[in-house]
Design a protein around this ligand. Structure first.
Ligand SMILES: Nc1nc2c(c(CN[C@H]3C=C[C@H](O)[C@@H]3O)cn2[C@@H]2O[C@H](COP(=O)(O)O)[C@@H](O)[C@H]2O)c(=O)[nH]1
Length: 369
């Protein structure tokens, strides 16, 4: 394991004691996520990857991405995503990715947690983005880290107001979301002068180093678990933070990374559903029946880890397959764009009711995704 794959926390302490800067390692930094994904795939029992399914899906995905001219520009085209290319948007993206987890609901669509904003009801990930935009419109500096730790101007009731639902269902894990913001505010003050920009600067244009810095300093980004006795890293929100910056800033300014292609797919609960629906992922009958009956999977149980890890590895195989068949894709395609494309496509299909006949996504209540 390269020293950037050693335990990031231990490494940071070691560097500090040696008086070295955080980014002094010579080896190109890696996060260890892709290696973890391959290990999970090699040891999985209830999840497998279909080579026929992956080959077919690679063609479909590439054709559709081409037809849609899918690129980093797509990120800013979403109505609710911030449009200015400045520090305020960096803070918005950081806040969003501290909270970008677990929106799923067992209630019927019109009863589930929703945020009313600009005359529309937003659910899922978009409910989070809408809540943050609405709070800013209402004058709450919700994307300013020093606000999160100011109990005088930001008691819990402010967060309850910011995330107030248009239905009787509250946002899932509200108390955890509040704790995450308060803790992140304290850590930012202690280690980064209360500015998320300073984390990006310290990453020295390396997306991997940015991911490792988040995992080292912020427990809520430390999305790791074990499988068959070995620690595995998934780092879903830490990676998507770097990816959102890259896409929002079109690979320039605060989104300029020399190693963006080292990021993997983000192990959430939507993309695995798409990969299974595209016949890339195969689930064992016992796993499929648990998902079909909306069983809750505990964070870290083998089946849940296998779904997440094999999804990451499957997108890596999709990327390799596309580049094998379409050499022109080299340098234009990476796991981030495939992931973003699959997420957006899944949401478009859901809007048209095309997800009804797909196996549901798996249910895990977790702050990590
Ligand atoms: N792998 C992956 N997971 C993603 C996203 C996004 C949104 N990304 C935006 C940025 C660029 C894209 O173009 C999207 O516009 C949210 N999620 C995750 O999904 C879950 C929410 O699902 P639902 O409840 O159905 O909205 C939850 O775990 C959330 O963390 C993604 O892109 N990739």
């Amino acid at each position: 394991m390269s020293d950037d794959e050693a335990d990031p926390e231990l490494l940071a302490l070691l560097r500090q004691s040696l008086g070295l800067g955080p980014g002094t390692s010579t080896a190109p930094p890696t996060t260890g996520v892709l290696k973890s994904a391959e290990y999970i795939y090699d040891n999985a029992i209830d999840v497998a990857i279909s080579s026929d399914g992956t080959r077919a899906a690679a063609e479909t995905i590439w054709a559709l991405m081409q037809a849609k001219h899918y690129s980093t520009e797509t990120w800013s085209s979403h109505e609710l995503h911030p449009k200015t290319k400045d520090e305020a948007t960096v803070n918005f993206i950081f806040t969003m990715n501290l909270l970008n987890f677990s929106f799923w609901s067992e209630l019927p669509h019109d009863e589930r947690f929703a945020i009313e904003y600009r005359g529309e009801r937003w659910t899922g990930y978009w409910s989070l983005v809408a809540a943050l935009q609405r709070a800013l419109d209402e004058g709450y500096p919700i994307t300013t880290p020093t606000f999160w730790t100011d109990l005088g101007s930001c008691p819990d009731s402010v967060f309850e107001h910011v995330f107030r639902s248009a239905t009787s269902e509250s946002i899932p894990l509200l108390s955890q979301r509040i704790s995450i913001l308060r803790e992140a505010g304290d850590i930012l003050e202690a280690d980064f002068s209360s500015s998320p920009l300073n984390i990006i600067t310290r990453a020295e244009n390396s997306a991997s180093r940015l991911v490792n810095l988040l995992a080292t300093h912020f427990p809520n980004f430390r999305d790791t678990t074990t499988l068959a006795g070995r620690e595995v890293r998934l780092y879903k929100r830490a990676q998507i933070f770097a990816a959102d910056l890259w896409a929002c800033f079109n690979g320039t300014s605060y989104g300029s990374f020399t190693d963006i292609d080292n990021l993997t797919m983000f192990a959430d609960y939507r993309i695995p559903q798409m990969l299974q629906g595209l016949h890339c992922l195969w689930y064992s009958p016992r796993l499929e029946s648990r998902i079909a009956r909306h069983d809750q999977f505990s964070p870290g149980e083998a089946m849940e880890v296998e779904i997440r890890g094999c999804s990451i590895w499957c997108v890596e195989l999709l990327r390799r397959q596309i580049e094998r068949k379409h050499p022109e894709a080299k340098g234009k395609l990476n796991a981030v764009l495939i992931d973003f494309f699959l997420y957006d496509t899944c949401k478009e299909m859901e809007k048209k009711g095309h997800c009804e006949d797909m196996l549901p996504h798996h249910r895990t209540r977790s702050i990590y995704y």
